[in-house]
Write a protein that binds this ligand. Sequence first.
Ligand SMILES: NC(=O)c1ccc[n+]([C@@H]2O[C@H](COP(=O)([O-])OP(=O)(O)OC[C@H]3O[C@@H](n4cnc5c(N)ncnc54)[C@H](O)[C@@H]3O)[C@@H](O)[C@H]2O)c1
Length: 325
Amino acid sequence: MTADRGKKSTHLVTGAGGFFASHLVKRLVAEEYSVLAWDVVPWEEASRLHDLPAAQLHYEQIDVGDASSVARHFPTGTDVVWHFAANADIPAGATQTALDVRHGLAPTQQILEAMRKSKGTRLVFPSSSAVYGIEEPHRRSEVDGPFLPVSLYGAAKVGCEALISAYCHCFGLSAVILRFGNLLGGSMRRGILHDFIAKLRENDAELTVLGSGQQRKSYVLVDDCVDASWLLSQHRAGRAGCEVYNVAAGGTLSVLQIAELVTSEMGLVGVPVRPAGDGTSWVGDQPVIDLDITKLLALGWRPRHSPEQAVRVATRRLLEQGGSS
Ligand SMILES: NC(=O)c1ccc[n+]([C@@H]2O[C@H](COP(=O)([O-])OP(=O)(O)OC[C@H]3O[C@@H](n4cnc5c(N)ncnc54)[C@H](O)[C@@H]3O)[C@@H](O)[C@H]2O)c1
């Protein structure tokens, strides 16, 4: 993470208190970049950032869905906007149907509008494998359509990507869209590892998994994902227009394979794993997510952790933190 150092670029990170963005903020601060961190939650609740020296981080409680607030506070002279604020809880969209537009699509337009007016800023946007939906073939490269998402979260991400593309084309903005696989790491307060650890802590005589257990997806350790995101943000520097990259560690892991890795990391042997159903895990889930990362690998990036290693490392971190932090 060194290419911009001579210039000491300035960075705005939205959703900074969240899982991914807090890892990114820590890396940017460690490299002595100037970071403005926005999140809708007050500083007291942004606990993932509390171990950072206060002098190195400027934190503001901003709702990026509020157009006037974004317009008023958007900093001039920012080099990179990492727009990571969103609802990231995919199943929640099926019951709270306004969530992904309110916290995903609308904020992205507010940010693009502010960027259009301030000029010179490039955008890094985390999209998702959710844009690909459930159509076959399951293995998808960046150019493989159609994009027919099956969750409101995925629909909002498709909408965000479309807005970013159009703003770049119409107003000369620069952006990179990162279609992340499933992120893994410590301090992730939801998701498959968090769920398995909590269940096994309560009862280690068996583990019930959602769906058939055969669902298989692309994963990546958050550390590797930060590296790839940084590389791609640098790759786009000085170029107008937008480009899309899949970001994952390559290959897939099934729910049953993950169950085995987590029980092994917890020192448990022979725990029977019981599928709760015969299909997917929730309304809007995709049975297979298999991201083709050829385009990213062509830039020379390599994940430092395989999907199996990512599960093991993330499980250990969650266990060290008590599994629920
Ligand atoms: N976690 C994954 O596996 C994954 C995969 C693909 C893409 N992504 C994307 O990466 C980004 C970060 O995901 P995460 O897992 O770290 O989620 P997270 O929920 O931990 O972080 C999201 C942060 O955004 C903030 N936020 C939400 N609405 C906001 C608003 N209106 N204004 C300001 N802040 C707001 C939340 O308070 C939270 O701190 C999201 O855009 C998500 O869609 C995540």
